[in-house]
Design a protein around this ligand. Structure first.
Ligand SMILES: Cc1cc2nc3c(=O)[nH]c(=O)nc-3n(C[C@H](O)[C@H](O)[C@H](O)COP(=O)(O)O)c2cc1C
Length: 297
């Protein structure tokens, strides 16, 4: 979905007038007419879902209590999911984990200095520093695989060591790396170049609600969740854990960014449809769950 389609649906479902939709969604009269003709089914579906959406939070918390738990797919001996999602493409090596810089700042300083940083200098991040940032939040220090189970162990905790998160980077200023969208392989500790086209940058900026730091960061970390990895063990309660896991990864990144004379800003206000499309995710088996922009002070 693009930003104009999103804007039309967003204002339309809120009951805005034709003129106000055109103004706020920044679309032409012709585009408005086209959307009216082609998006009526989507609009009807959103309007129908709205009743359910209004009370989903309370229902979610109540209905994921243990009292409602059923046998999990793991208990039912349904084959295990893979621990990571392989992505094909050009592999881009990163400096080995052992070579990453030891920050001069203490943990205490990093915690007390941490602020959301939304303005960045033009200074690029080195590849050693990028390796260090990835080490803090996404790198797999161990990988275990057999017929029954497959897990990674990382520097962040995860419910049942299921680690349902995947890490994507939009790189703008990392020494020696071309700009573009990358996938991070947590076991091989390397990047996979997914898309270096100039349009990708704009798609991600729009998907981040046009927040300025998403257009100026040295690197934007985009975490997706593959929910079934955790559902396989915990059923619907897994959905609680996805967000807790994301918080752990993001906080490690926040502190690691601080410790290299940089900073981060978390982004929860992103447009799901646009971000999932930008990464080629279906929004069901895998979807964007959290974003963090990073850059130097
Ligand atoms: C879940 C979450 C989502 C957030 N989303 C955004 C966001 O979309 N845009 C933004 O500018 N800041 C965002 N923030 C940063 C908060 O605004 C910030 O942490 C808060 O104002 C406190 O400031 P501090 O981090 O400097 O202490 C988010 C923080 C969290 C934890």
């Amino acid at each position: 979905m693009d930003i104009k389609t999103f804007g039309y649906l967003y204002y339309k479902t809120r009951g805005f007038s034709r003129d106000d939709i055109i103004k706020h969604a920044e679309i032409s009269h012709e585009e408005y007419t086209l959307y009216e003709q082609t998006l009526s089914t989507v609009f009807d579906q959103i309007s129908e879902d709205r009743t359910q959406a209004d009370k989903i939070g309370n229902d979610f918390v109540r209905l994921t209590r243990y009292i409602y738990e059923k046998q999990s797919d793991q208990e039912l001996k349904i084959p295990r999911p893979d621990a990571i999602k392989a992505r094909s493409g050009e592999l881009v090596p990163l400096p080995a984990i052992g070579k990453t810089p030891t920050p001069s700042m203490s943990l205490q300083e990093a915690i007390s200095n941490r602020r959301s940083l939304r303005k960045y200098s033009d200074t690029a991040i080195t590849q050693d520093e990028l390796s260090f940032l990835l080490w803090s939040c996404s790198w797999a220090r161990d990988f275990k695989s057999n017929d029954k189970i497959e897990i990674t162990l990382r520097n962040v905790p995860s419910a049942g060591a299921r680690h349902p998160l995947e890490t994507y980077l939009y790189i703008r200023r990392v020494q020696g790396l071309k700009s573009g969208l990358y996938y991070y392989h947590p076991i091989k500790h390397c990047l996979v170049l997914m898309d270096a086209s100039p349009e990708k940058e704009a798609e991600i900026f729009e998907g981040c609600f046009r927040q300025e730091m998403a257009a100026t960061s040295a690197v934007t970390f985009i975490w997706s969740a593959v929910p079934y990895r955790t559902i396989w063990r915990y059923g619907q309660r897994a959905y609680r854990y996805l967000y807790l896991d994301a918080g752990h990864a993001a906080q490690n990144l926040h502190l690691a960014a601080e410790s290299i004379n940089g900073g981060a800003c978390m982004i929860g206000a992103y447009l799901d449809e646009l971000m999932n499309d930008a990464l080629g995710l279906d929004g069901i088996d895998e979807y964007v769950i959290y974003i963090a922009t990073v850059g130097k002070k």
